[in-house]
Design a protein. Structure first.
Length: 344
Protein backbone atom coordinates (compact mmCIF):
# COMPACT_ATOMS: atom_id res chain seq x y z
CA UNK A 1 0.00 0.00 0.00
CA UNK A 2 1.17 3.50 -0.84
CA UNK A 3 1.41 5.95 2.08
CA UNK A 4 0.01 9.47 2.17
CA UNK A 5 2.74 12.09 1.75
CA UNK A 6 0.65 15.23 1.69
CA UNK A 7 -2.68 16.31 3.18
CA UNK A 8 -4.35 19.10 1.28
CA UNK A 9 -6.91 21.84 1.89
CA UNK A 10 -8.48 23.58 -1.12
CA UNK A 11 -9.69 27.19 -0.81
CA UNK A 12 -12.37 28.18 -3.33
CA UNK A 13 -14.99 25.72 -4.55
CA UNK A 14 -16.03 27.53 -7.74
CA UNK A 15 -15.47 26.81 -11.43
CA UNK A 16 -11.85 25.65 -11.28
CA UNK A 17 -12.26 23.58 -8.10
CA UNK A 18 -12.85 20.24 -9.94
CA UNK A 19 -9.62 20.69 -11.91
CA UNK A 20 -7.80 20.50 -8.56
CA UNK A 21 -10.03 18.16 -6.58
CA UNK A 22 -10.29 15.46 -9.25
CA UNK A 23 -6.54 15.22 -9.90
CA UNK A 24 -5.82 15.30 -6.14
CA UNK A 25 -8.24 12.48 -5.51
CA UNK A 26 -6.46 10.47 -8.23
CA UNK A 27 -2.98 10.84 -6.74
CA UNK A 28 -2.42 7.98 -4.32
CA UNK A 29 0.04 9.80 -2.09
CA UNK A 30 -2.15 12.85 -1.55
CA UNK A 31 -5.36 13.22 0.43
CA UNK A 32 -7.93 16.04 0.39
CA UNK A 33 -8.58 16.74 4.07
CA UNK A 34 -10.51 20.01 3.89
CA UNK A 35 -12.23 22.45 1.55
CA UNK A 36 -13.15 26.07 2.15
CA UNK A 37 -15.47 28.59 0.54
CA UNK A 38 -17.14 31.70 1.93
CA UNK A 39 -20.26 30.45 0.16
CA UNK A 40 -21.19 27.75 2.64
CA UNK A 41 -23.41 25.79 0.20
CA UNK A 42 -20.41 25.34 -2.11
CA UNK A 43 -18.15 24.30 0.77
CA UNK A 44 -20.72 21.77 2.01
CA UNK A 45 -21.29 20.29 -1.46
CA UNK A 46 -17.54 19.94 -2.02
CA UNK A 47 -16.95 18.38 1.41
CA UNK A 48 -19.66 15.80 0.73
CA UNK A 49 -18.23 14.97 -2.68
CA UNK A 50 -14.68 14.56 -1.38
CA UNK A 51 -15.57 13.21 2.05
CA UNK A 52 -13.64 15.80 4.00
CA UNK A 53 -14.11 18.67 6.45
CA UNK A 54 -15.36 22.04 5.29
CA UNK A 55 -14.68 25.59 6.40
CA UNK A 56 -16.00 29.02 5.46
CA UNK A 57 -12.98 30.87 6.84
CA UNK A 58 -9.65 30.11 5.19
CA UNK A 59 -7.64 31.23 8.20
CA UNK A 60 -9.53 28.82 10.40
CA UNK A 61 -8.92 26.02 7.91
CA UNK A 62 -5.20 26.78 7.79
CA UNK A 63 -4.98 27.08 11.58
CA UNK A 64 -6.96 24.01 12.54
CA UNK A 65 -7.29 21.46 9.73
CA UNK A 66 -4.84 18.55 9.58
CA UNK A 67 -3.18 19.75 6.34
CA UNK A 68 0.29 20.48 5.07
CA UNK A 69 -0.62 21.96 1.67
CA UNK A 70 -3.09 24.54 0.45
CA UNK A 71 -4.48 25.00 -3.06
CA UNK A 72 -5.75 28.50 -3.82
CA UNK A 73 -8.65 28.60 -6.27
CA UNK A 74 -10.15 31.97 -5.34
CA UNK A 75 -10.49 35.38 -7.03
CA UNK A 76 -7.18 37.00 -7.97
CA UNK A 77 -7.08 39.62 -5.19
CA UNK A 78 -7.16 36.86 -2.54
CA UNK A 79 -4.17 34.87 -3.87
CA UNK A 80 -1.50 36.98 -2.12
CA UNK A 81 -3.08 37.27 1.36
CA UNK A 82 -4.05 33.58 1.35
CA UNK A 83 -0.64 32.46 0.13
CA UNK A 84 1.18 34.61 2.69
CA UNK A 85 -1.04 33.43 5.54
CA UNK A 86 -0.53 29.79 4.51
CA UNK A 87 3.25 30.22 4.22
CA UNK A 88 3.48 31.74 7.69
CA UNK A 89 1.57 28.70 8.99
CA UNK A 90 4.22 26.48 7.26
CA UNK A 91 1.87 25.10 4.60
CA UNK A 92 3.04 24.43 1.05
CA UNK A 93 1.06 26.38 -1.54
CA UNK A 94 -0.18 25.79 -5.05
CA UNK A 95 -2.03 28.80 -6.39
CA UNK A 96 -4.07 29.22 -9.52
CA UNK A 97 -2.94 31.73 -12.10
CA UNK A 98 -2.34 34.63 -12.00
CA UNK A 99 -0.07 34.58 -8.94
CA UNK A 100 -1.72 37.81 -7.89
CA UNK A 101 -2.61 41.26 -9.27
CA UNK A 102 0.37 43.44 -8.34
CA UNK A 103 3.96 42.42 -8.96
CA UNK A 104 5.12 43.58 -5.50
CA UNK A 105 2.57 41.23 -3.90
CA UNK A 106 3.96 38.35 -5.95
CA UNK A 107 7.43 39.24 -4.63
CA UNK A 108 6.06 39.10 -1.06
CA UNK A 109 4.53 35.69 -1.79
CA UNK A 110 7.89 34.32 -2.94
CA UNK A 111 9.79 35.89 -0.05
CA UNK A 112 7.35 34.64 2.59
CA UNK A 113 7.42 31.12 1.17
CA UNK A 114 11.24 31.19 1.24
CA UNK A 115 11.43 32.57 4.78
CA UNK A 116 9.11 29.82 6.01
CA UNK A 117 10.75 27.08 3.96
CA UNK A 118 7.58 26.05 2.14
CA UNK A 119 7.04 25.35 -1.56
CA UNK A 120 5.10 27.81 -3.68
CA UNK A 121 3.76 26.57 -7.02
CA UNK A 122 1.75 28.44 -9.65
CA UNK A 123 -0.65 26.78 -12.07
CA UNK A 124 0.26 27.20 -15.74
CA UNK A 125 -1.07 23.83 -16.85
CA UNK A 126 -0.65 24.51 -20.58
CA UNK A 127 3.09 23.86 -20.32
CA UNK A 128 2.09 20.21 -20.12
CA UNK A 129 0.02 20.11 -23.31
CA UNK A 130 1.57 17.87 -25.97
CA UNK A 131 1.87 20.78 -28.40
CA UNK A 132 3.70 23.00 -25.88
CA UNK A 133 6.01 20.12 -24.94
CA UNK A 134 6.86 19.37 -28.59
CA UNK A 135 7.84 22.98 -29.25
CA UNK A 136 9.76 23.39 -25.99
CA UNK A 137 11.75 20.19 -26.52
CA UNK A 138 12.68 21.16 -30.07
CA UNK A 139 13.74 24.61 -28.88
CA UNK A 140 15.87 23.14 -26.09
CA UNK A 141 17.53 20.60 -28.37
CA UNK A 142 18.46 23.35 -30.81
CA UNK A 143 16.46 21.72 -33.63
CA UNK A 144 14.58 24.97 -34.31
CA UNK A 145 17.63 27.23 -34.03
CA UNK A 146 17.17 30.63 -32.41
CA UNK A 147 13.76 32.25 -32.32
CA UNK A 148 13.76 35.31 -34.57
CA UNK A 149 10.29 36.62 -33.77
CA UNK A 150 7.03 35.48 -32.27
CA UNK A 151 3.33 36.29 -32.43
CA UNK A 152 0.35 35.30 -30.33
CA UNK A 153 -3.38 35.72 -30.89
CA UNK A 154 -6.15 35.04 -28.36
CA UNK A 155 -9.71 35.83 -29.50
CA UNK A 156 -12.26 34.47 -27.06
CA UNK A 157 -15.82 35.15 -26.03
CA UNK A 158 -16.72 36.57 -22.61
CA UNK A 159 -20.15 38.21 -22.70
CA UNK A 160 -21.58 40.88 -20.41
CA UNK A 161 -23.60 38.03 -18.90
CA UNK A 162 -20.38 36.15 -18.04
CA UNK A 163 -19.26 39.21 -16.10
CA UNK A 164 -22.62 40.00 -14.49
CA UNK A 165 -22.79 36.45 -13.05
CA UNK A 166 -19.51 36.95 -11.18
CA UNK A 167 -19.03 39.07 -8.07
CA UNK A 168 -15.37 39.75 -8.85
CA UNK A 169 -14.71 39.52 -12.60
CA UNK A 170 -14.57 42.73 -14.59
CA UNK A 171 -13.23 44.79 -11.67
CA UNK A 172 -9.77 46.30 -11.24
CA UNK A 173 -9.62 45.63 -7.50
CA UNK A 174 -10.66 41.96 -7.52
CA UNK A 175 -9.78 40.59 -10.98
CA UNK A 176 -6.96 43.07 -11.58
CA UNK A 177 -7.68 43.41 -15.28
CA UNK A 178 -9.62 41.64 -17.97
CA UNK A 179 -8.59 39.69 -21.04
CA UNK A 180 -4.85 40.01 -20.35
CA UNK A 181 -4.65 38.84 -16.73
CA UNK A 182 -7.42 36.29 -16.98
CA UNK A 183 -7.55 34.75 -20.46
CA UNK A 184 -4.48 35.70 -22.53
CA UNK A 185 -2.12 35.18 -19.57
CA UNK A 186 -1.73 31.49 -20.49
CA UNK A 187 -0.66 32.29 -24.05
CA UNK A 188 1.61 35.18 -23.08
CA UNK A 189 3.17 32.92 -20.45
CA UNK A 190 3.79 30.20 -23.05
CA UNK A 191 5.49 32.71 -25.36
CA UNK A 192 7.72 33.87 -22.47
CA UNK A 193 8.49 30.25 -21.58
CA UNK A 194 9.39 29.42 -25.19
CA UNK A 195 11.55 32.52 -25.71
CA UNK A 196 13.20 31.94 -22.31
CA UNK A 197 14.98 35.28 -22.10
CA UNK A 198 14.76 38.27 -19.77
CA UNK A 199 12.44 41.01 -21.02
CA UNK A 200 13.90 44.34 -22.17
CA UNK A 201 10.63 46.23 -22.50
CA UNK A 202 6.88 45.92 -23.00
CA UNK A 203 4.89 48.35 -25.12
CA UNK A 204 1.13 47.77 -25.10
CA UNK A 205 -2.32 49.29 -25.55
CA UNK A 206 -5.35 48.20 -23.56
CA UNK A 207 -8.97 49.28 -23.92
CA UNK A 208 -12.58 48.33 -23.38
CA UNK A 209 -14.25 48.37 -26.76
CA UNK A 210 -17.30 46.14 -26.60
CA UNK A 211 -18.43 45.47 -23.03
CA UNK A 212 -20.91 47.69 -21.22
CA UNK A 213 -20.62 46.63 -17.62
CA UNK A 214 -16.94 46.06 -16.90
CA UNK A 215 -14.21 48.39 -15.68
CA UNK A 216 -11.36 46.38 -17.21
CA UNK A 217 -9.97 45.91 -20.72
CA UNK A 218 -11.53 43.55 -23.24
CA UNK A 219 -8.81 44.11 -25.82
CA UNK A 220 -5.06 44.51 -25.81
CA UNK A 221 -2.22 44.47 -28.27
CA UNK A 222 1.43 45.10 -27.95
CA UNK A 223 4.96 43.86 -28.14
CA UNK A 224 7.28 42.19 -25.67
CA UNK A 225 10.90 42.84 -26.55
CA UNK A 226 13.19 40.23 -25.03
CA UNK A 227 16.85 40.80 -24.22
CA UNK A 228 17.81 38.16 -26.80
CA UNK A 229 16.29 40.52 -29.41
CA UNK A 230 13.10 38.54 -30.01
CA UNK A 231 10.12 40.82 -30.64
CA UNK A 232 6.91 39.02 -29.66
CA UNK A 233 3.75 40.73 -30.89
CA UNK A 234 0.39 39.88 -29.37
CA UNK A 235 -3.27 40.63 -29.95
CA UNK A 236 -6.11 39.62 -27.70
CA UNK A 237 -9.83 40.35 -27.41
CA UNK A 238 -12.60 38.67 -25.46
CA UNK A 239 -15.55 40.00 -27.48
CA UNK A 240 -15.07 37.50 -30.33
CA UNK A 241 -17.98 35.28 -31.43
CA UNK A 242 -16.53 32.10 -29.92
CA UNK A 243 -13.47 30.78 -28.15
CA UNK A 244 -11.29 30.51 -31.23
CA UNK A 245 -8.23 28.26 -30.91
CA UNK A 246 -5.29 30.23 -29.55
CA UNK A 247 -2.54 30.84 -32.09
CA UNK A 248 1.18 31.10 -31.40
CA UNK A 249 3.84 31.23 -34.07
CA UNK A 250 7.58 31.16 -33.51
CA UNK A 251 9.59 32.09 -36.56
CA UNK A 252 12.96 30.44 -35.96
CA UNK A 253 16.26 30.06 -37.79
CA UNK A 254 15.62 26.47 -38.87
CA UNK A 255 11.83 26.15 -38.75
CA UNK A 256 8.51 27.81 -38.06
CA UNK A 257 6.65 26.39 -35.07
CA UNK A 258 2.91 26.98 -34.97
CA UNK A 259 0.46 26.19 -32.25
CA UNK A 260 -3.26 26.30 -32.97
CA UNK A 261 -5.28 25.41 -29.89
CA UNK A 262 -3.18 22.76 -28.21
CA UNK A 263 -1.84 21.27 -31.43
CA UNK A 264 1.66 22.13 -32.56
CA UNK A 265 3.07 21.83 -36.06
CA UNK A 266 6.73 22.42 -36.77
CA UNK A 267 7.60 23.15 -40.40
CA UNK A 268 11.34 22.75 -40.83
CA UNK A 269 13.11 24.75 -43.53
CA UNK A 270 14.22 21.47 -45.15
CA UNK A 271 10.59 20.37 -45.63
CA UNK A 272 10.35 18.01 -42.66
CA UNK A 273 7.17 18.34 -40.59
CA UNK A 274 6.60 17.40 -36.94
CA UNK A 275 3.14 17.40 -35.38
CA UNK A 276 2.00 16.93 -31.80
CA UNK A 277 -0.49 14.15 -31.12
CA UNK A 278 -3.30 14.34 -28.63
CA UNK A 279 -3.86 11.21 -26.59
CA UNK A 280 -7.58 10.54 -26.13
CA UNK A 281 -6.92 8.08 -23.33
CA UNK A 282 -5.80 11.03 -21.21
CA UNK A 283 -9.19 12.73 -21.08
CA UNK A 284 -10.98 12.55 -17.76
CA UNK A 285 -14.45 13.57 -16.71
CA UNK A 286 -14.13 16.87 -14.91
CA UNK A 287 -17.84 17.47 -14.45
CA UNK A 288 -20.47 19.40 -16.33
CA UNK A 289 -18.81 22.77 -15.80
CA UNK A 290 -15.56 21.73 -17.56
CA UNK A 291 -14.41 24.13 -20.30
CA UNK A 292 -12.37 22.73 -23.15
CA UNK A 293 -10.06 25.78 -23.27
CA UNK A 294 -8.76 24.83 -19.80
CA UNK A 295 -7.26 21.74 -21.43
CA UNK A 296 -6.65 18.56 -19.49
CA UNK A 297 -3.22 19.27 -18.13
CA UNK A 298 -3.98 20.33 -14.54
CA UNK A 299 -3.54 16.71 -13.56
CA UNK A 300 -0.08 16.59 -15.12
CA UNK A 301 1.16 19.71 -13.34
CA UNK A 302 -0.41 18.76 -10.01
CA UNK A 303 1.04 15.21 -10.20
CA UNK A 304 4.51 16.50 -11.00
CA UNK A 305 4.18 19.16 -8.30
CA UNK A 306 3.64 16.49 -5.63
CA UNK A 307 6.31 14.20 -7.08
CA UNK A 308 8.80 17.04 -6.70
CA UNK A 309 7.66 17.88 -3.19
CA UNK A 310 7.98 14.23 -2.18
CA UNK A 311 11.63 14.36 -3.28
CA UNK A 312 12.19 17.63 -1.42
CA UNK A 313 12.66 19.44 -4.73
CA UNK A 314 11.15 22.72 -5.83
CA UNK A 315 7.86 22.67 -7.74
CA UNK A 316 8.11 22.36 -11.53
CA UNK A 317 6.45 25.78 -11.94
CA UNK A 318 7.42 27.67 -8.82
CA UNK A 319 7.00 31.17 -7.42
CA UNK A 320 10.29 32.39 -8.94
CA UNK A 321 9.04 31.29 -12.35
CA UNK A 322 5.60 32.83 -11.71
CA UNK A 323 7.21 36.15 -10.78
CA UNK A 324 8.60 36.56 -14.28
CA UNK A 325 5.22 36.09 -15.93
CA UNK A 326 3.59 38.32 -13.28
CA UNK A 327 6.10 41.08 -14.02
CA UNK A 328 5.36 40.82 -17.74
CA UNK A 329 1.59 40.99 -17.15
CA UNK A 330 1.94 43.94 -14.75
CA UNK A 331 4.14 45.72 -17.31
CA UNK A 332 1.47 45.25 -20.00
CA UNK A 333 -1.03 46.98 -17.71
CA UNK A 334 1.39 49.72 -16.71
CA UNK A 335 2.24 50.35 -20.33
CA UNK A 336 -1.39 50.28 -21.45
CA UNK A 337 -2.57 52.59 -18.67
CA UNK A 338 -0.03 55.33 -19.37
CA UNK A 339 0.60 54.65 -23.09
CA UNK A 340 4.33 54.36 -22.50
CA UNK A 341 6.97 51.75 -23.07
CA UNK A 342 7.91 50.02 -19.81
CA UNK A 343 11.57 49.07 -19.52
CA UNK A 344 12.60 46.28 -17.17
N1 LIG B 1 -5.83 27.48 -15.00
C1 LIG B 1 -6.95 27.75 -15.67
O1 LIG B 1 -7.10 27.40 -16.83
C2 LIG B 1 -8.06 28.45 -14.96
C3 LIG B 1 -9.36 28.40 -15.46
C4 LIG B 1 -10.37 29.05 -14.74
C5 LIG B 1 -10.06 29.77 -13.58
N2 LIG B 1 -8.77 29.82 -13.17
C6 LIG B 1 -8.40 30.60 -11.99
O2 LIG B 1 -8.96 30.00 -10.82
C7 LIG B 1 -9.26 31.00 -9.86
C8 LIG B 1 -10.73 30.90 -9.49
O3 LIG B 1 -11.51 31.11 -10.66
P1 LIG B 1 -12.98 30.50 -10.77
O4 LIG B 1 -13.39 30.68 -12.18
O5 LIG B 1 -13.03 29.16 -10.17
O6 LIG B 1 -13.78 31.55 -9.86
P2 LIG B 1 -15.19 31.29 -9.13
O7 LIG B 1 -15.74 32.64 -8.83
O8 LIG B 1 -16.01 30.33 -9.92
O9 LIG B 1 -14.75 30.57 -7.77
C9 LIG B 1 -14.05 31.22 -6.75
C10 LIG B 1 -14.56 30.69 -5.44
O10 LIG B 1 -13.80 31.30 -4.38
C11 LIG B 1 -14.70 31.59 -3.32
N3 LIG B 1 -14.12 32.64 -2.47
C12 LIG B 1 -14.02 33.97 -2.71
N4 LIG B 1 -13.44 34.58 -1.68
C13 LIG B 1 -13.16 33.63 -0.77
C14 LIG B 1 -12.56 33.65 0.53
N5 LIG B 1 -12.14 34.80 1.09
N6 LIG B 1 -12.44 32.49 1.21
C15 LIG B 1 -12.87 31.31 0.66
N7 LIG B 1 -13.46 31.23 -0.56
C16 LIG B 1 -13.60 32.38 -1.26
C17 LIG B 1 -15.97 32.04 -4.02
O11 LIG B 1 -17.10 32.00 -3.15
C18 LIG B 1 -16.04 31.08 -5.18
O12 LIG B 1 -16.78 29.93 -4.88
C19 LIG B 1 -8.86 32.32 -10.51
O13 LIG B 1 -7.56 32.63 -10.13
C20 LIG B 1 -8.92 32.03 -11.98
O14 LIG B 1 -8.12 32.87 -12.79
C21 LIG B 1 -7.78 29.17 -13.81
Amino acid sequence: MVGINFKVGIIGCGNIFPMHAIPLSNIETVEIKAVCDIKEDRAIAASKEYNCEYYTDYKQMIDTADIDCVHICTPHYMHAPMSIYAAKAKKHILTEKPMTIEYHDAVSMVETAKQNDVALGVIFQNHYNHGSQLIKKNLESGALGKIISAKAIVTWKRTDEYYSKSDWKGTWDKEGGGVVIDQAIHTLDLVRWFVDSEIEYVDAQISNRAHNIIQVEDSAEGVIKFKNNVLAGFYTINYYGYDAPVEIELYCEKATAKMVGNKATILFNDGKILESKEDNSESMYYGKSYKSYWGISHIKQITEHYNMLAQNKKPPIDGEYGLKTQRMISAIYNSGKVSKRIYF
